[in-house]
Design a protein around this ligand. Structure first.
Ligand SMILES: Cc1cc2nc3c(=O)[nH]c(=O)nc-3n(C[C@H](O)[C@H](O)[C@H](O)COP(=O)(O)OP(=O)(O)OC[C@H]3O[C@@H](n4cnc5c(N)ncnc54)[C@H](O)[C@@H]3O)c2cc1C
Length: 394
């Protein structure tokens, strides 16, 4: 697929200012959200991004992301998610863009499986409204699905779809209005902590700041010198033709996650104009971000196509489009968010582990509090980059 727009080289008049309050590395969704939120504190922010806005090498492209609150992964995420939802709505209002379409969400699997049991646990602990359905009840209500007896489905009204590229653009637009400076096509090649602050080396020279924020996604591992153990995993979302059928529209079909009998997870998003999105969650090849195969093969397509035709009525054809995207996994699949273990002037927002996008609106606020030395409104100790017990070379 062709790369996105806006990969702009610095102009001929490029005369870098070299001292900032905060430098943010990376302008995927995390860096875009962090830069905007930090700039709103009145701090001078430089965002350095090696490609452009909404490029297709990283983790934040591919049109859409699922938002949900009854979090099977871990109920400790729920307070963050509640604020994330409010914050997305505020960004919508400020930017004048539609970013989130509420469709409801359906979590499908064995009643005692990780997905259904975990969703129910999070919903009950936090008083999130939900409906537990049998397979035939869910099929009767949502015509898109084919579910055999014995499966259960938890419906959460407050789930939906984030328009991924619009979200990044909204943050960059608001960040520019708030005084944040963006440098695209500029690559951070190294950084050093100094007594007076931090220094960042790019192909154009040295920039320094009081504080540094790492939002480098799949490229974070080497930049962080192994402090956070990260594994980069290739993923291949596919889009299938809905044939224009009503049952696949966002009015009729909720976003869904399904835990299949073999423990493999798939997810899907209704047709917002480009087809029904279906993908396998995890199970991709692990490798280096710049060496990932971008070609989509029959090996990528076959299991997802088989899942789609099994679970979604009439979704039997070949995919009509595809992309490749990267998960950046921590060993426990929880994010790495918080101060760098060796230097509290440096913050880390990484390790999205395939579920980070929906949190960007609140994590941007969290990191702006971190760099401003404000008390956090949430317990993020379970996300601490220091939990892996590694320290960088001194
Ligand atoms: C297929 C797929 C589906 C997903 N589905 C969901 C979902 O439904 N819901 C959900 O909540 N999450 C989902 N996620 C996860 C979510 O999208 C990611 O957690 C999130 O996008 C990560 O954002 P990021 O900003 O950390 O990374 P990125 O978007 O990759 O941004 C990192 C940026 O840093 C830049 N960079 C790196 N190194 C340097 C350097 N040295 N100098 C300058 N710039 C640098 C890169 O160019 C890149 O732009 C999904 C992810 C994928 C891949």
């Amino acid at each position: 697929m062709a790369l996105s727009q806006e990969v702009r080289p610095p102009s001929e008049n490029y005369r870098p200012r070299s001292r900032w309050d905060v430098i943010v590395i990376g302008c995927g969704i995390m860096g875009a959200a962090a830069s905007y939120n930090i700039a709103t504190k009145g701090l001078r922010v430089l965002n350095i991004e090696r490609f452009g806005v909404n490029h297709e090498h990283g983790s934040s492209h591919g049109r859409t992301r699922i938002f949900r609150t009854a979090y099977y992964e871990d109920p400790r995420y729920v307070p963050l998610l509640r604020r994330a939802l409010e914050a997305w709505k505020e960004v919508e209002l400020k930017s004048g863009k539609t970013l989130l379409k509420m469709t409801g969400g359906l979590m499908i699997g064995r009643p005692d499986g990780e997905l259904v049991a975990g969703t129910l646990k999070a919903a009950r602990i936090h008083g999130i409204p939900y409906e537990l359905m049998t397979a035939s009840e869910a099929e009767g209500r949502f015509g898109a699905f084919r579910l055999e007896e014995g499966l259960a489905a938890v419906h959460e009204q407050g789930a939906g779809v984030l328009l991924a590229e619009e979200c990044v653009r909204a943050f960059v637009g608001l960040g520019s209005e708030s005084g944040c400076e963006y440098r695209f096509s500029e690559e951070v090649r190294g950084w050093k902590a100094r007594t007076q602050g931090v220094e960042v080396e790019t192909q154009f020279g040295t920039q320094s700041a009081d504080r540094l924020v790492f939002c480098a996604g799949a490229w974070s591992g080497p930049l962080l010198k192994g402090v956070v153990p990260l594994q980069v995993e290739r993923q291949v979302p596919l889009w299938f033709s809905s044939g224009g059928e009503e049952k696949f529209t966002p009015q009729e079909m909720p976003v869904f996650v399904a835990e299949e009998g073999d423990g493999v997870f798939y997810y899907g998003i209704p047709d917002l104009g480009h087809g029904v999105k279906v993908a396998r969650h995890h199970g991709g090849k692990v490798g280096e971000p710049d060496k990932v195969t971008r070609e989509v093969t029959e090996e990528d397509i076959a299991p997802v196509r088989s899942f789609a035709s099994r679970r979604l009525k009439g979704l039997d054809g070949p995919p009509i489009s595809s992309t490749t995207c990267l998960y950046t996994n921590t060993p426990d699949f929880n994010f790495a968010v918080g101060p760098h273990p060796d230097d509290h002037r440096v913050s880390v927002v990484s390790g999205g582990s395939g579920h980070g996008f929906k949190f960007a609106s609140v994590l941007g606020e969290v990191v702006s509090s971190l760099v401003s030395g404000e008390k956090l409104d949430y317990d993020i100790s379970f996300l601490s980059p220091a939990r892996f017990g590694r320290r960088g070379p001194s």
